[in-house]
Design a protein around this ligand. Structure first.
Ligand SMILES: [Mg+2]
Length: 160
């Protein structure tokens, strides 16, 4: 069950204290795309997201997007944001997380994984030995399969 517990739970990416993360030894961030940075299936990059990416870089943290969504969509978004990405990542499998750690030249414990789903983002990050942060999903409108997972997530989170 421990693999399903995030290290931190916040409302949104904007509630993450970047300086606190740095104090914990975090040097890089791997973030999810859908419902974490953007509303699900929205390709619209909001100015606030752009600003947040700037803040992350200003804090001296590396950043990458790892998403299970299609290559075209993820590449379009990450290109607009100027962030490296891995699409079709098959989270919670560890491959994409490890690949970014190698590109960052960082140890797993120096990386924070941010996402809105327990069974992909948090589980994958925890399995990879990274620091995990769960955010509330931006949009309620999402893939039906995800909605079912939300119910199951609630059950697991209550068991803390
Ligand atoms: Mg997501």
């Amino acid at each position: 069950m421990k693999l399903l517990q995030p290290n931190e739970m916040v409302d949104s990416i904007y509630d993450i204290n970047l300086q606190k993360l740095k104090a914990k030894g975090i040097k890089g961030i791997i973030t999810d795309l859908d419902n974490t940075l953007l509303a699900w299936d929205s390709a619209e990059i909001t100015p606030t997201v752009e600003q947040w990416i700037k803040e992350v870089r200003k804090a001296g943290l590396k950043i990458a997007i790892v998403s299970n969504n299609s290559a075209a969509r993820v590449q379009e978004c990450s290109a607009q944001l100027g962030v490296i990405c891995i699409a079709k990542a098959v989270k919670p499998r560890r491959g994409a997380f490890r690949s970014i750690a190698t590109q960052f030249n960082l140890a797993p414990e120096e990386i924070a994984v941010i996402g809105d789903q327990l069974f992909t983002d948090v589980l994958g990050g925890n399995r990879s030995g990274m620091y995990t942060i769960l955010v509330n999903p931006i949009s309620k409108k999402e893939f039906i399969g995800t909605k079912v997972m939300r119910l199951i997530e609630k059950i697991f989170l209550r068991r803390k």
